[in-house]
Design a protein around this ligand. Structure first.
Ligand code: ATP
Length: 901
């Protein structure tokens, strides 16, 4: 039913059999989950293991092969037929595991990035996965939350919700708890919040009435059924390349078939050869190999604290040219400690470490008690009164729940013997105007001796401009122009020390009427304030951030710091981290406002630090970079950052401090909020792309080699050097597994020492084609050379010559895989064992190749004989030739580029 908005809160509570204070019990949740089901919208079906297996048989090539097996069987060549079928099944099994693994990784990812929400259950607030919400749950809402279900509001404080996903209205709507008329349309149901909408500001408590498909969004679930295909642009491009290659290979195979007929080769043998060649030459495993490269890369990223929500961004990451990053908590530790306090009378230094409440106040070198300085006491009391944080023990260490800035203020107050508990007991809270980075201030209203008082804190210039009085040890006096100048200078002094500065103020609200339920008239309660003082908080840069910034410089990536903090604080930290280099400037929000989009586009490249900026500025900065055609990454945490994150080429949300909305808009979530993890993700992104390109090159060069061998032999009028089953075996041994090992190669240490790849650059460029064809020719030359030598010069039988060509080709291809790992480093520089998986695969494949020569069934199938040591050594000797030539080519190129530079 959808009449919740017309009922009173007690009616709704009793209908849903719940308790506003305690929430549901675990037992109630279990029964409700069983009867209402999980709180999620129906999604397109996932792939089951069975459907993945079946999909392996959807390729045309496989059916041609199965047809060939059937024809072989009909013509009495039963062993050939069975062998072909065995190979088809083996191919399908390998393909299945590749895809199954990729699908599993993608599903695990979806779970990791699932949204969470806060509810009251068993009398406590808990963070749970949104899918576990049931009717009757009490939702706790605050700015940045995604509303997890349809719910009736039971308490609101300045609560504003963006309902665009439901109503299309992009302006946030204010909410209240009043009962509404039955006919109120959805968009006007102010006492309800709906699944899929997001809280933009304020806080609230809401009682869940509907979940999953029963919600309003559930009713229009089709809206969400625009699921993306999940393929990256690279995968799309590869699909196109794959199709082109398919036709090219088929063309060549048909040509070989035609020429072979003209040469009088026996049609059935020729048919089987042509089909097998088609199977060997078409890189049908490529899409799966690419998926595995992406999926395993994504898993590696998780280990390095970057969670990919949107697969295409993996590719874009590798092209990142600019990373715009928040300061607090990302470049810095985000662990704040109050170091200096300035009141109307003194500058106090504060001793102590971290969030431990051990410490004392000093003026000069003399210790002072807060009780001896009334103005200091008032400053500390207001700092604790305008505060939502809690001090606690985390892993037996003093820690903070909530905003670290507020935690540091609580610690400072505790050092002066003022605790939040005593404040809550003596001065009950009446209302809150929460902090947001745009307003740069926050207010809590409390009842002090039966009178309402507002305690306010925020950025010094914002608070100072709202103060008319200042507190001294003798009481309150007018704030003079001299005071303002002195305090502004003091602010600069603290900021130059890399301290984040907050001003704290208070006022009595006697005679001011404020409406606490809907929207607090904050301009009135935050005016004519009494200034209490400034607090300077230290937030040291992360040790690893400096190294990460240096890596970015080497990688041709510009790091840009974007912060709501004071420009001097920002500059000091940027200098420490090496972000501000010669010629770089700091741009402040107000200056940015004075630039139009065109002027900003001109300026962005010189600016390394933006200070006192808001989320709107972030959006303009992203657009300015994009207008220059630059691939830009942007981080964010608060809800207002979501548009900039969405607009950025790579949107990055903070995992710890980020809101659900920001995470939803981002393509990557950095789980430890650390800048170094962003750089690690870029490194992985580049590595993944490299892996895909080298796998492609390796596969195509091998396939080209096989085509050249067969085509050349037919043109020269030789017997075919490779049998159909040889080709299928080569396909299995040299294509599938080594390619997989290459696709999952460890990242080359040098990936961050070269400039970013151009995002538009074509995959199959001329350079790539030349390299691939060259390697293909080398493989073909060895195979044909060996065949010619055995058959024409030594005069061995055709079977022996074929065996030699077959084994030499396999060995050549397997050895070439080591060289294919890098275009820039030789096998010796990389180390033979640095990709153990490849080493083992190659070793096992060598073993298999030699072993089949000694197994009677294979001897008949492949028409081979036991190998002698002499044969073995000579095949290896020739197999090394292409690898050596390709490695020498690398060395020559590296030398040439050294000489040039
Ligand atoms: P970054 O973007 O690097 O994370 P910042 O964004 O932390 O930096 P904001 O959180 O927007 O910056 O804070 C801007 C200013 O607002 C701070 O310099 C500080 O003066 C003030 N401020 C920060 N937190 C609070 C708070 N909880 N209450 C009141 N004022 C605050």
């Amino acid at each position: 039913m959808s009449s919740w908005h017309q009922q009173s809160i007690p009616e709704v509570v009793s209908q849903l059999a719940t308790d506003i204070e305690q929430g549901l019990t675990d037992e109630a949740v279990t029964t409700r989950l069983a009867s209402y089901g999980a709180n999620k919208l129906r999604k397109g079906k996932r792939f089951s293991a069975f459907s993945i297996f079946i999909s392996q048989f959807k390729s045309l090539v496989i059916w041609v092969l199965i047809g060939a097996a059937a024809v072989s069987a009909l013509l009495g060549e039963t062993t050939d037929g069975i062998a072909i079928i065995a190979i088809v099944i083996l191919n399908a099994v390998i393909g299945f595991f590749q895809e199954y693994r990729a699908e599993k990784a993608a599903a695990a990812l979806a779970n990791l990035t699932a949204p969470h929400c806060r509810v009251v259950r068993n009398g406590h607030s808990n963070v749970i996965a949104s899918t576990e919400v049931v009717p009757g749950d009490i939702l706790l809402l605050e700015g940045g939350d995604l509303v997890a279900a349809d719910a009736r509001l039971i308490e609101t404080s300045v609560l504003h919700v963006n309902e665009a996903p439901l109503t299309g209205e992009s302006q946030a709507v204010g909410k209240s708890t009043d009962i509404l008329a039955p006919a109120t349309p959805l968009a006007d149901r102010k006492n309800m919040v709906f699944l899929g909408t997001s809280v933009t500001a304020g806080t609230g408590l809401a009682l869940v009435v509907n979940t999953g498909m029963e919600t309003e969004l559930g009713h229009i679930a089709k809206l969400l059924e625009t699921a993306e295909s999940g393929k990256t642009p690279l995968q799309h491009r590869l699909d196109r390349v794959g199709r082109a290659l398919l036709w090219a290979c088929l063309g060549i195979v048909i040509l070989i078939f035609g020429l072979g007929l003209l040469r009088g080769i026996e049609p059935f043998e020729l048919f089987l050869s042509a089909v097998s060649l088609a199977v060997a030459a078409i890189p049908e495993g490529l899409p799966a190999v690419v998926t595995v490269a992406l999926a395993l890369g994504v898993q590696r990223m998780i280990r390095r604290n970057a969670l990919v929500r949107h697969l295409p961004s993996v590719e874009t990451l590798g092209c990142a040219e600019v990373i715009c990053t928040d300061k607090t908590g990302t470049l810095t530790l985000g662990e704040m400690t109050a170091r200096k306090l300035i009141t109307s009378e003194s500058l106090y230094r504060l001793s102590g470490e971290g969030y431990s409440t051990e410490g004392a106040f000093f003026v000069g070198n003399t210790e002072t008690l807060s009780t001896d300085s009334p103005e200091l006491f008032a400053l500390l009391r207001a700092s604790a009164a305008c505060n939502d944080a809690e001090l606690t023990l985390i892993d037996n260490q003093p820690g903070v729940i909530g905003d670290p800035t507020e935690g540091a203020l609580l610690v400072a107050a505790a050092k002066g013997n003022i605790t939040r508990e005593s404040i809550e007991a003596d001065m009950p809270r009446i209302a809150t105007v929460p902090f947001d980075s745009d307003r740069k201030r926050m207010t809590i209203i409390r009842l002090v001796d039966n009178q309402s008082w507002a305690f306010v804190k925020g950025a010094p210039e914002v608070i100072l401009s709202r103060c008319t009085m200042i507190r001294t040890s003798h009481g309150v006096r007018e704030l003079t122009e001299d005071d303002r100048i002195r305090l502004t200078e003091a602010n600069t002094l603290l900021a130059n020390d890399a301290l984040r500065v907050l001003a704290v103020a208070e006022r009595s609200l006697d005679g001011i009427d404020f409406d606490r339920s809907a929207s607090l008239n904050d301009t009135e309660i935050e005016a004519e304030l009494v200034l209490l003082g400034l607090v300077g908080l230290q937030d040291p840069p992360r040790a690893e951030a400096k190294e990460a910034v240096a890596k970015c410089i080497r990688a041709g990536i510009k790091t840009v710091m974007i912060t709501g903090d004071h420009p001097d604080t920002a500059r000091a930290i940027a200098n420490e981290l090496g972000i501000l280099n010669k010629g770089d400037t700091v741009l402040v929000g107000v200056e940015l406002d004075s630039l139009d989009d065109e002027a900003l586009k001109e300026r962005v490249s010189q600016v390394s630090v933006y200070a006192r900026v808001t989320a709107e500025h972030k959006l303009r900065i992203v657009r300015a970079w994009k207008a220059r055609g630059v691939v830009v990454a942007m981080t964010g945490d608060v809800v207002n950052d979501a548009p900039a994150i969405k607009e950025a080429s790579i949107g990055i949300a903070m995992g710890i401090t980020g809101t659900e909305v920001t995470k939803g808009a981002a393509s990557i979530i950095v789980t430890d909020d650390n800048f170094a993890s962003i750089v690690a993700a870029v490194e992985e992104g580049r590595g993944i792309y490299d892996n895909i390109v080298k796998t492609l090159e390796y596969l195509l060069a091998g396939n080209a080699g096989e085509l050249i061998v067969m085509l050349t032999a037919i043109i020269l009028g030789w017997p075919l050097p490779l049998l159909p089953l040889h080709l299928l075996w080569i396909n299995l041994v040299t294509d599938g597994l080594p390619a997989l090992a290459l696709a999952t190669d460890p990242i080359d240490r040098g990936v961050l020492n070269r400039p970013p790849r151009r995002s538009q650059s074509e995959l199959l460029n001329l350079d790539f084609l030349k390299r691939t064809l060259f390697a293909g020719f080398l493989t073909a030359a060895v195979t044909l050379g060996v065949f010619f030598y055995e058959f024409k010069i030594v005069g061995s039988g055709l079977d022996q010559a074929r065996d030699a060509a077959f084994t030499a080709l396999v060995i050549t291809e397997l050895l070439r895989a080591f060289g294919a790992r890098s275009e820039e480093r030789t096998v010796w520089q990389m180390g033979l064992f640095s990709n153990m998986r490849l080493f083992l695969i190659v070793a096992v494949s060598f073993g298999l190749q030699l072993a089949i020569h000694h197994v009677p069934t294979f001897q008949t199938l492949f028409q081979i004989e036991p190998v002698t040591l002499h044969q073995c050594v000579s095949w290896f000797a020739v197999g090394f030739i292409p690898l050596i030539i390709l490695e020498l080519k690398k060395v020559i190129r590296m030398r040439a580029s050294e000489i040039r530079s």
